[in-house]
Design a protein around this ligand. Structure first.
Ligand code: SF4
Length: 406
């Protein structure tokens, strides 16, 4: 976390105050992503900060409405207000932004500083997360755990941490470009809550870690199911790694990444290794709209989808924010809807999926309306690029999956 001003060492002023205050401080914690559109997982930095502050007996409150800040700032209720934002697109009300400008709120996170986001001090980074930080908020949101509980699964049921950090690849779209290598970050004991049923790992590139096997041993010894939440780097798969990963107690799907079409041959080769050992449901993130937003990017997306389907795996389309600038914006959306819902992808070709949408659309109106958005996006692209459409629109998962009977 750092305060966005020009004074030197202001960050340390705050951490020192937290450490040395001779009275309990009132500390308000603000998860900007939560207050904007909500997120599926807690803010790990805030969990650690909360754990650290509680160790010094300070009173921590998660702010759940911006109006609280306005009112309570006026009454000088808080000694410190800390805000974190992970996503750049998260919106913050102008009144709160002016409080940040006036240095009334300390800010941190990649959503504010991108890859220049300052690190937490060592002792906070390695503090046990305070998994209770969001409890009151979730209790309220779920009507005392009687509704929408699944939405908060990551908050309620999982210990979260990084066993390693860093990555050597430096992909230009990634915020993890600060480091040149992968290094061991935390033992599992540092963040595991024995009462929680599983473990989520947020490592940047676990597959590149020289501690791969030791860390797996450590994870297995917990007896709990675990999952690496970022796409694992399948380009680094080996027979030994595949055999080990395929036999652990893994939570949900294995998720790998297929970001660049230039890696097509390597990814095919590595998926073959993976399939030698694992029949488990496997997804690959497919980054779109990044290298370009034209027909070349659309074709590269289809090419990757095809390779993934051939290996009996599922593509998961990730749209880089620039896709919104594309004249094929609607097609990107339709591709994501088709791929990211396995029931559609497994049963229908892209063309069949769009036709089914159009049938539904027309059957739900008495007046013949315009084409639905998916059908329109499909035919508009086909009119302009019939050769690309001919190659990919009719591919069916069950026909091209080479592993369906294995
Ligand atoms: S491989 Fe993954 S973690 Fe590493 S730089 Fe690329 S996107 Fe980021």
């Amino acid at each position: 976390m750092r305060k966005k001003n020009t004074k030197k060492n202001i960050d340390f002023d705050y951490w020192n105050l937290i450490k040395s205050s001779d009275r309990p401080l009132e500390i308000g914690i603000i998860d900007a992503d939560l207050l904007d559109q909500g997120t599926r997982h807690p803010n790990l930095a805030l969990l650690k900060i909360s754990g650290y502050c509680k160790k010094f007996k300070h009173n921590i409150k998660l702010i759940t409405d911006y109006s609280e800040i306005i009112e309570e700032c006026q009454q000088n209720k808080y000694d410190i207000l800390l805000m974190s934002k992970v996503f750049k697109f998260t919106q913050i009300p102008s009144e709160i932004l002016s409080k940040i400008e006036n240095n009334e709120i300390v800010i941190g996170g990649t959503g504010f500083f991108d890859m220049d986001s300052p690190e937490l001090p060592y002792e906070i980074e390695h503090e046990m997360p305070d998994y209770d930080l969001y409890t009151d908020y979730i209790t309220k949101q779920t009507d005392n755990f009687t509704k929408d509980v699944v939405k908060y699964d990551d908050y309620i049921n999982f210990s979260i941490g990084f066993t390693t950090r860093g990555c050597f690849r430096k992909c230009s779209f990634c915020v993890n470009r600060k480091y040149d290598r992968v290094y061991k970050h935390s033992p599992i004991s540092e963040f595991i809550d024995p009462k929680r049923k599983g473990i989520y790992l947020w490592d940047d590139n676990f597959m590149a870690s020289s501690d791969f096997h030791n860390i797996l041993d450590e994870l297995i010894s917990t007896g709990k199911p675990f999952q690496f939440r970022q796409g694992l780097d399948i380009r680094l798969m080996t027979d030994k790694k595949a055999e080990r990963l395929a036999n652990v107690k893994y939570k949900g799907d294995f998720i790998f990444a297929f970001d660049h079409i230039e890696d097509a041959n390597k990814i095919s080769e590595k998926l073959k290794i993976w399939r030698k050992y694992s029949k488990k449901s496997t997804k690959l993130y497919v980054l779109t709209g990044y290298e370009s937003q034209d027909e070349i990017d659309i074709e590269n997306t289809f090419k990757r989808i095809k390779i993934i389907m051939e290996h009996g795996c599922l593509p998961y389309i990730m749209r880089y924010e620039d896709y919104t600038k594309s004249r094929f914006r609607s097609l990107y959306i339709q591709l994501a809807r088709w791929c990211n819902q396995p029931n559609f992808l497994k049963k229908k070709s892209f063309r069949q999926y769009c036709i089914a949408n159009e049938d539904y659309h027309q059957s739900n109106t008495k007046v013949i309306k315009e084409y639905c958005s998916s059908y329109k996006a499909m035919i508009d692209f086909e009119m302009e690029f019939p050769e690309i459409s001919k190659k990919y629109y009719d591919l069916r998962f069950e026909e091209i999956n080479q592993y369906k009977n294995k």
